[in-house]
Design a protein around this ligand. Structure first.
Ligand code: NAD
Length: 703
């Protein structure tokens, strides 16, 4: 593999072509120019990783208090992503007050107290919290400052000879500061470096990233790009005969890689979800395969990642899962032992470094798992976090490749890594995060998800934080329904799978797709359906068979595949069947439909018995007369029901309302609420149950 790939094969094109549009920029105010520059820089993941880096500008503003002119530091606030942020993502602080803080600084041991003083410097009551990088921007005397985390620069920053290479490469225009945790002291060091060396255009922070500056926004943008491009171009030209020591093994063909990953993911997810359910992301990007197949995989993985941004997302060490644990069937005991030993070593790392006032030990499970010949699995609390951890580890691979090609890669020392990971300020950030929604970390598989009730179920689950596979035979309907969900929620958590519940291979492939995208499944809702009506004499064998194929066999196939998967995962699960009032009530002229629905109900009860020992619950929701959004109610069934009751089709809704005991209509959302109850831990102690959502029907009362 050539070193063309430096910069990350999923991270964009090789050239850092400037995208500054002078005509557009001329229409923008200074703060808008800063936003424009930030969005341009942040949207190229080779320049800075997701939510990494920050930008600033010192802008003269009218003080709202007395109208006087004051220099205000606009700097990306805590959290947020440069590529997608808006103006409200910037913190604004009065420069005279920030400069005044220097007189209050008591030294390195008192770094954290300075963070508490930043809100006192806020300009115009801006609620956006200032980040710990604020002093770094404030004390650099230049007007516009960029702080980026480009792979090419971090490769130099993590090289044993990085300082010498930087001096040679940039002819003294880019300075170098030794590793120092971000904070007030680093701000003062940057101030001294810029005052002492007025010709500097930027500084590389060892083990961390790049600072660049200029007197206009445009010049700052161009300087940042030029410096990164210089480093990137130079690294590309460093010919190395054997990247990462050369290949130790070959990648499996694509289909086999996927098969292996799919067979391993549920076990891995199960083993790592002991404390909290996790979602997986799989990558077999070229950069990943080159690394996991290399001779240097183990020593480099042991050294750990270097940039703080990287290891906060990936943990300092990944877990290498050797082939003998999965290439001839999965060695479950071996896998669990390996993961347990990772946890033990993480706890030992904590104990070696923790001080009496350190935050408590966090989840000791690995985040990044490297599989020779197959690729990389990341597992985290939700899909975006797992995907971002994967992106960050690819950044780390690019850094290790660059550094080890030109020098020797050096990770951050364990003690420094620990100080960052368990920094009180980092902990405070974690504590500020809102309590996760009840289905965060759960994966749901919903059949018939393009239909009225299925879509309402998918929406309910997504609103509670779940990842949802939407499965349906109706291609157009599915595409519309899934786009609706993506627009309302988040692309990362919605997977649309076209398929047929009556086909064994289609159901198996859909479950495998779900596993590849999310790592496994926790909630399975069988809801796909049709309806038919005819007196028994007129019920064709074809009609009978079709009802049984979809409503009975289809539910069996989905349940069997789900049961196998849930057992492999070993973390319990919940299956919900959307049956019908007709499963309990004898309705004339619906023999095929009613008999098939009754078979669903009995299947669910048998599965509740079979699954209980493994913590797999199976329950049934029985709707009745849900006319809203239902495709069933837009076809022949609607005409037939109106005929049977001798009323117009438009009178059907009122007819059903009046027929119910509670005299009200049932909506898809009402059914979805009942399904959510059974899917969630709210019903953790219920299995084999039936919940009627039919506005009351005495014939359907269960005994
Ligand atoms: P709907 O027609 O709007 O949705 C059903 C979905 O299932 C459709 O999107 C359809 O394409 C899909 N589907 C059909 N055959 C499939 C197959 N072979 N493979 C995969 N997908 C398939 O109907 P709805 O009202 O949302 O009904 C959902 C469920 O609720 C059904 O099982 C139905 O029997 C049951 N139900 C509905 C009512 C009601 O009044 N709407 C009443 C009782 C029970």
């Amino acid at each position: 593999m050539s070193n063309q790939k430096l910069g990350g094969d999923n991270l964009g094109a090789p050239s850092f072509e400037g995208k500054w549009d002078g005509a557009h920029a001329a229409t923008l105010a200074e703060s808008e120019l800063l936003l424009y520059r930030s969005n341009l820089l942040g949207s190229d993941k080779r320049i800075t990783n997701y939510a990494g880096g920050n930008t600033s500008a010192k802008i003269k503003m009218d003080h709202p208090h007395d109208g006087s002119t004051v220099d205000v530091l606009w700097v990306k606030g805590s959290g947020g992503d440069l590529g997608s942020m808006n103006l409200d993502g910037f913190a604004t602080l009065e420069m005279p007050k920030l400069l005044g803080l220097k007189a209050l600084y008591r030294g390195l041991e008192f770094e954290d107290e300075m963070v508490a003083k930043l809100p006192q410097c806020t300009f115009n009551l801006n609620p956006r919290a200032a980040s710990i990088d604020t002093p770094l921007h404030a004390y650099i005397s230049h007007t516009h400052v960029d702080h980026m985390h480009p792979d090419a620069i971090i490769a130099l920053a993590a090289s044993r000879d990085g300082q010498a290479i930087t001096a040679k490469l940039f002819g003294g225009t880019i300075g170098w500061l030794q590793w120092q945790r971000p904070g007030f002291d680093l701000g003062l060091q940057l101030e001294a470096a810029t005052c002492d060396n007025p010709d500097l255009e930027g500084i590389i922070l060892a083990g961390h990233g790049l600072f660049t500056w200029a007197d206009t926004s445009r010049k700052c943008y161009e300087t940042t790009l030029r410096v990164i491009e210089t480093a990137d171009g130079w690294l590309r030209n460093q010919k190395s005969s054997s990247v990462f020591g050369g290949a130790a093994c070959e990648a499996l063909p694509t289909a086999e890689r996927r098969k292996t990953a799919a067979s391993l993911l549920p076990e891995l997810r199960g083993a790592l979800s002991s404390d909290q359910k996790k979602i997986a992301h799989f990558s077999d990007a070229d950069a990943v395969l080159e690394f996991v197949n290399s001779k240097d995989l183990r020593p480099l993985a042991t050294l750990g990642t270097s940039c703080p941004d990287h290891f906060l997302r990936t943990k300092i060490h990944p877990l290498v899962i050797e082939q003998d644990l999965f290439d001839d069937g999965i060695n479950n005991d071996g896998l669990r032992d390996l993961i347990e030993s990772y946890r033990e070593s993480y706890k030992a790392y904590y104990q070696r470094n923790a001080l009496p006032d350190s935050p408590l030990l966090r989840d000791p499970n690995p985040v990044v798992m490297l599989l020779p010949r197959v690729g990389m699995v990341t597992l985290a609390k939700d899909k975006p976090t797992a995907r971002i951890a994967s992106e960050y580890y690819i950044n780390a691979i690019n850094v290790m490749r660059g550094a080890s090609q030109v020098s020797e890669y050096v990770g951050l020392s364990e003690a420094e890594a620990f100080k960052i990971e368990y920094w009180a300020l980092e902990e405070a950030k974690l504590q500020r995060q809102p309590k996760p929604k009840p289905l965060v970390g759960r994966v749901a598989f919903v059949t018939g998800a393009a239909g009225g009730i299925g879509k309402a179920i998918a929406r309910r689950f997504l609103a509670e934080g779940a990842c949802v596979s939407m499965f349906d035979i109706d291609v157009d309907g599915l595409s519309k329904a899934s786009q609706e969900m993506v627009a309302a929620f988040d692309t990362n958590r919605v997977l649309a799978i076209e398929g047929d519940v009556t086909s064994e291979s289609s159901v198996a492939a859909a479950m495998e797709d779900t596993v590849m995208n999310f790592g496994g499944v926790d909630i399975v809702v069988s809801n796909a359906g049709i309806a038919s009506a005819a007196p028994i004499e007129d019920t064709s064998l074809e009609m009978w068979q079709r009802n049984f194929d979809i409503l009975s066999t289809g539910y069996f196939l989905v349940a069997r595949e789900a049961m196998r998967l849930l057992r492999r995962q070993g973390t319990g699960g919940s299956m919900v069947f959307v049956a019908s009032k007709n499963a309990l009530v004898a309705s004339a002229q619906a023999a095929a439909y009613s008999a098939a629905k009754a078979s669903e109900l009995q299947l669910a009860r048998v599965l509740a018995v079979e699954g209980a020992a493994a913590g797999i619950r199976v329950n049934v929701v029985n709707p009745d007369a849900v006319l809203q959004d239902s495709k069933i109610w837009s076809g022949e069934w609607r005409e037939e029901r109106a005929r049977a009751y001798k009323i117009d089709e438009e009178q059907l809704a009122e007819h059903y309302k009046q027929r119910s005991l509670l005299k009200c209509s049932v909506s898809p959302d009402d059914v979805a609420e009942a399904v959510y109850f059974f899917a969630s831990d709210k019903s953790a102690k219920s299995t084999g149950n039936i919940l009627n959502v039919d506005a009351g029907n005495a014939g359907a009362f269960t005994r």
